[in-house]
Design a protein around this ligand. Sequence first.
Ligand SMILES: [Zn+2]
Length: 229
Amino acid sequence: MKKIFIAAIALPFITWLCYVSLFAAAAASIVNQIPDPARGAYQAWLNDVPQETYTDHEGTSGEPYSGGSIPKDGYTGPVSFACILPPQYGYLTDTYGTYRGGNYVHSGIDFGCYGREDLPVYTPYGGKVVFAGWSRVGYGNLVVIENNGVQVYLAHNSELWVAPGDIVTAGTPIGRCGSTGNSTGPHVHFEVRLWNEREERWKPVDPNAIWLPGQSADCSWYHLKEELP
Ligand SMILES: [Zn+2]
């Protein structure tokens, strides 16, 4: 009876305990090597904790976040697109459509820049800067660029290098990667909104499900997902 107990219960339990302890020790040892200011953000990334939350959500349950809309400017200038991807931004930490508490899903793509906070944020899409300033709904220092019925959001910057009314071409550095607003760690939140004529409002779309004007087929927002700096 005693032998059966050891074989059937005690041994598997001891093995499980060993694995759990080893895993915890390994995870902890990695976290301790991360520089202090980046540690919390790294843990959040490791544990898949969303990098931001927004307030003033508009729309129905399950929709992408669409609060804090910037009014339509109507600017239509020359098409200007540059394939700016990770690692130029940082590296990919969250995709479009992931669940975001409350009643909405992530409205953009996040590119982390932990330990690389000096990284400039380049706009992949050129147009008119229709917003550059502090967002009241959680985007932090936000830049919104509009052109040909498309708005591009670049959020959570630590510094802003453009002003409303500026005309920028693709590849222009618009600010510095940061963690301003409702953000858990330094990253770029990249969002694309299309003007919906029927509803007369900007609606976020999966940037990977559409082609921005000028974007070529070999430039996918997710294709460098595995490439870390
Ligand atoms: Zn985001």
